[in-house]
Design a protein around this ligand. Sequence first.
Ligand SMILES: [Zn+2]
Length: 248
Amino acid sequence: MFVDAHCHLDWFRNPSAVVSAAEMAGVGRIVSNSTDLKSMRINLYLAKEFEIVSAAGGIHPKDMLFMDEKEIEKEIEFLKKNLDSFVAVGEVGLDYKHAKTKGQKEFQEKYLREFISIAMENKKPLIVHSRYSDEAVLKILETNSPEKVLMHWFNNKKESIKTALDSGYFISVGPIILSDKKSAELTKQIPPESLLLETDAPVEFGGKAAEPSWISKVAEKVAEIHGISTGEIGEITSKNALELFSQE
Ligand SMILES: [Zn+2]
């Protein structure tokens, strides 16, 4: 069995077909991440509708840049009210591809801190986005020290990977490792005990929209990189997911 620890099922036109295809490919759990209020509502619905789907609730740092504080507070209230139905707070974080000015960066940082405290108060894991902002994200995490963290698509410098691993965070890798040598090389640095698998579907890789069913291909590649069997990778990463998302 495989777990897709990070995708966006709510972005698919026909999530039912996507879930069925994933089941056929041996996926036993899909964690669908939210990007805003509408996304949180759809993911909660999908989690109710499909046995293997779990919802994570949060606001994506990119989407946040198009909202005012009042809107964000309203969406955070929804998250807090429905926390029992979410397995994690995500996807949240920083995105310096989109936040260019000091003001925009501080805006994202302020809410990342808020999401961290919501997660910690409610013993929920955090699913963290850190595009071009790995050092800033790690610094904020370090000062707040949440226990359960998944660094999603943490395609970064070796030093940042080491810092994340030293802090006990999980790191998820996705379809990029199928075609990008540097990402595959970095995956070697992450021991299977700290790894989770993801697709970030329907984000495109090689001109095609990813699907959670691709997880088996990602698992095969990770297995090849670590020189162990795909079955073992499935087993270890699923165990990691269970540990991360367990609600104790
Ligand atoms: Zn994502």
